[in-house]
Each structure stands twice: as structure tokens, then as C-alpha cells.
Design a protein around this ligand. Structure first.
Ligand code: RB5
Length: 160
């Protein structure tokens, strides 16, 4: 499935550290023809990243949007937070290859970026790769992605 199917709406949020890059990516998304659901933050004032990552993840999990983008200084805090939501697969990406493979192999539906780690050009490239790549589906990747949630929900989360 194409993650852009939900009317082309993409939920985006960041903490203060990701605010400037978020603003740039929101404009980029609009230029590319997407609708942006900007869930904050709205300034450089210090805020707590879980508040914003939870909002994007909940919006994706609800099915209201097909995918989301979360940013903080490293991308680590927002990705950990987003991944607490069942059905959300947030991928912390640092380059085009990780962004592409997060879609192709993991069917990631949230892109996490570290605004203090990657530059603007790389972030834009990651975003495009994430949006333009389809999940390979069927076969081993589909089986493995299904296992992410089912092995937790049935309590069968041992490795062997
Ligand atoms: C904020 O200073 C920073 O800790 C936050 O943006 C993020 O990097 C956390 O994972």
C-alpha cells in the first residue's frame, strides 16, 4: 500500500530542537503537493518531545493519516516514543538508503529525523525517499513486519 493514500495528509511534529527543520520540511511537503497536519511545536522554546511524538503516532495509529514525520535533536527520543503505539513503525533514518529501506523492508509509517544530526539537504532527501518508496510486501518482509506486533500481543515474545 502507498503510505500517501490517506488523502495525501501527513502528520508532522517536533520538539524545539527539531522546530526549524520541521518548518522547512512542512514547506517542502506542501510544495510536493501534500497536505500537512502540523502538530507543533510552534517555536524554539524548550518543550518535551514525547508530547509531540505521541500526537503524531496516535494520529497515524488512528488511521486518520497514512504516515507521519517526527523530529527532535537526535531523532532518538521521538522514535522511541512513537514506537510505543501499536501499529506504528517509526524509523530513525540518517540517509536516503535507510529511509528507502525503512519503507521497502519494514513498512515504516513514521519517519524520525535528528535535526542536530543530519543537514537540511539530507533531511529533504530522506523525506522524499520515504514517501516515494513502496513496501515490498508479500513474503519474508510481510511476515517479519507482522511478527513485530503479533509476538507482543499474544505474549509470545521470547526469541526461541
Ligand atoms: C533536546 O535537548 C533533546 O534532548 C531532544 O531533542 C532529543 O534529542 C531527545 O531524544
Amino acid at each position: 500500500m502507498n503510505i500517501r493514500e490517506k488523502d495525501g495528509v501527513i502528520a508532522v511534529a517536533s520538539d524545539h530542537a527539531g522546530y526549524l527543520l520541521k518548518s522547512i520540511l512542512c514547506e517542502d511537503l506542501k510544495t510536493l503537493g501534500y497536505q500537512v497536519l502540523d502538530l507543533g511545536t510552534d517555536s524554539l522554546d524548550s518543550v518535551d518531545y514525547p508530547l509531540f511524538a505521541h500526537d503524531v503516532a496516535a494520529t497515524v495509529a488512528s488511521g486518520r493519516v497514512g504516515c507521519g514525520v517526527v523530529l527532535c535533536g537526535t531523532g532518538i527520543g521521538v522514535s522511541i516514543t512513537a514506537n510505543r503505539h501499536p501499529g506504528v513503525r517509526a524509523a530513525l533514518c540518517h540517509n536516503v538508503e535507510t529511509a528507502r529501506l525503512s519503507r521497502k523492508h519494514n513498512d515504516a509509517n513514521v519517519l524520525a529525523l535528528g535535526a542536530r544530526i543530519i543537514d537540511e539537504k539530507t533531511a529533504k532527501s530522506c523525506l522524499r525517499a520515504f514517501l516515494d518508496t513502496e513496501f515490498e510486501g508479500e513474503g519474508r518482509h510481510e511476515r517479519r513486519v507482522a511478527m513485530i506486533d503479533t509476538m507482543v500481543s499474544v505474549g509470545n515474545n521470547t526469541t526461541r
